[in-house]
Design a protein around this ligand. Sequence first.
Ligand code: BGC
Length: 422
Amino acid sequence: MGNANVKSPFSKRFLWGAATSAHQVEGGTHNQWTVWELENANALAAAASYHYHDIDGWEQFEKAAKNPKNYVSGQMADHYNRYEEDFEFLTQLNMNAFRFSVEWSRIEPEEGAWNAEAIEHYKQYVKALKKRGIEPVLTLFHYTLPVWFAELGGFEKRANVKYFTRYAEKILQELGSDIRLVITLNEPEIYAYESYKIGHWPPNKTSNRTMLQVMNNLARAHNDTAKLIHAMNRRYKVSIAKNSVYYYAGDDALLSRKTADVMQFSQEDYFLRKVAKQCDFLGVNYYFSNRVYGYRVHNPNEKMSDTGWDLSPGNIQHALERLHDKYHLPILITENGLADHQDTRRKWWITQTIMAMQQASAYGVDIMGYLHWSLLDNFEWDKGKWPRFGLVHVSYSTQKRTLRPSAIWFGNVIKKLRSAAK
Ligand code: BGC
């Protein structure tokens, strides 16, 4: 594995793990997304060719992507019932951390009414991680909202933030004794952009003003929640999971450099500056970078994932170093991975990423851990089920799980790196 085998800069406390989110794996959810999927499955299937026909290898996904069932999460990986079996994979892969989200709509199906059974479920869920020596990384909001909260206007209304903080407080009161690391919001700007600017996700709005409003309210939701959680106990470490895209100029032209800077600022710093003071560390999700020529992004696309993303795993180094220089916070990589159904690029991707983390750590970045997206194949939002991000392959017809070869390899790498750690 080349340089990834050199003496490890990763300490004994380094978190090696994987990530998921409730709606994407649990199955049987009822929230704003579930309702939306059922209403939109036919339209999404009909538009699939238009959106994805130029993706490399499209013919392999075409049939699935044109089937309306692809867009309905349904039972998904049935992780809600099979989590014990799934956590065994974490142990097999020598992992010591796992990021997951709690599904708000299960906890509070009606405004102000707590569901004791769902709360008990997540208590047992976290205990099942702890008994395996796995550090739970709890996410409170990963894109899905209870129907009642969406009907009240969701995060469009500042007055609604209080419902989120009340839910957060309840979760920490109930699960908090086994939790140390909390992610309040997953990729808040991606959510605001997809749902309120380009309208691809529910509630399908296309308004700059609303997008900004939602972003501001999400920043407030994070800040209020972080303060509240810290007041409960200082031992909690809180952050958001920030989508990080690294922008770089493709040539020496001043215009390309300036455009890359502006894009970087608006994608990265606009939101982070509002919440950084209330973050104990930075959760970072990294999937790709963007190369800028003049006013436009024009990526090399030498290697692409199944979803057509330009694969530049090594650039995570620059993303990490930049965030370190600007915010001086420890960084937990809360997501990183690719859709690769044939499993031909995942090993290369992880190798490059480990090397980049070594470089970044030599530069001075305090990296707390690396969580691969994803443990299991999962529901890829408006793309549905065809993209395969899992270290573990899931057959949605039989629910059979199979470790992909890259996962077995990664498990051995983790073992080596953990045993070499000081
Ligand atoms: C999201 C995940 C998603 C992944 C791959 C991240 O932006 O947090 O929910 O599955 O990207 O698209």
